[in-house]
Design a binder for this molecule. Sequence first.
Ligand SMILES: NC(=O)c1ccc[n+]([C@@H]2O[C@H](COP(=O)([O-])OP(=O)(O)OC[C@H]3O[C@@H](n4cnc5c(N)ncnc54)[C@H](O)[C@@H]3O)[C@@H](O)[C@H]2O)c1
Length: 285
Amino acid sequence: MDIKKVGVVGAGAMGNGIAQTAAAIGCDVVMRDVEQRFVDNGLKSIDKFLSRSVEKGKLSAEAKDAALGRIKGTTDMADLAGVDFVIEAVIEDLALKTKVFAELDQLTRPEVILATNTSSMSITQIANATKKPDRVVGMHFFNPVPLMRLVEVIRGYHTNDDTVAQTAALAKRMGKETVEVKVDSPGFIVNRLMIPHMLEAIELVQEGVATKEDVDKAIKLGLNYPMGPFELMDMTGIDICKFVADYFQQELNKELKWISPTLLKNTIKAGRLGRKTGGGWYDYK
Ligand SMILES: NC(=O)c1ccc[n+]([C@@H]2O[C@H](COP(=O)([O-])OP(=O)(O)OC[C@H]3O[C@@H](n4cnc5c(N)ncnc54)[C@H](O)[C@@H]3O)[C@@H](O)[C@H]2O)c1
């Protein structure tokens, strides 16, 4: 199917990045959130990102205006009725996601693919809320969406080959590289590998083996990673690391591997949640 109009559900960090990236390749975009202020914030973030690209000479002012002009913000779910492809990026809550997919199932044409940007939840469970589970797929972008090159395309139990192929093709049109996750397994590839490396880094500091500064330095210089695990947690959220570890512990039946160190729990209890607001492992001015 020729995908000309993309629906994005959620105008938060991921939703607005996805909307911007789809508009940049010439798609019309309908971006829906529950309240106008969230829609406005999403549109403002896109405007800010594109304005910076113009300042840096990476984008013409005309291209910026054209991209913004292709994005319609809305609070009305019914506005998604005519889209050719939907990407859901609401908060990471299974009950909410299944509710949204049941609504999308009613609203969209039968052949329209419904993709979820979930970081860890079961594609199969989300798909069960629809009458077309073969057209439901995971499409996992990374933050910030316009800059990060990877999209994990995840098969749910019922996802068919055409759905996987069309989703990967759209991601490639959006300038991304794709990998296929063949089994609907929690955390897919990247988070399944990222979380244990974060937990192990915290254990190292907790045991007094090294400081967090030296752990970050060792990983950057020794493995050539762009960020150390503590810097990465400060960006993605320290509480989210624990949330996902708890989910893996429950779903993957590997009890010890996913247990949160006391230092992680205490850092969260102290309100140091990362995302560079209110402190994380490091202080940010
Ligand atoms: N932030 C990341 O680094 C990252 C990376 C990859 C995937 N994800 C996943 O992407 C999804 C969104 O994450 P985020 O960081 O953008 O969250 P966010 O909190 O920034 O945005 C979520 C948005 O969804 C909106 N929302 C809630 N219910 C809705 C509904 N019924 N319809 C439309 N909008 C609704 C909220 O108002 C909010 O604006 C989550 O599943 C998350 O796990 C996040």
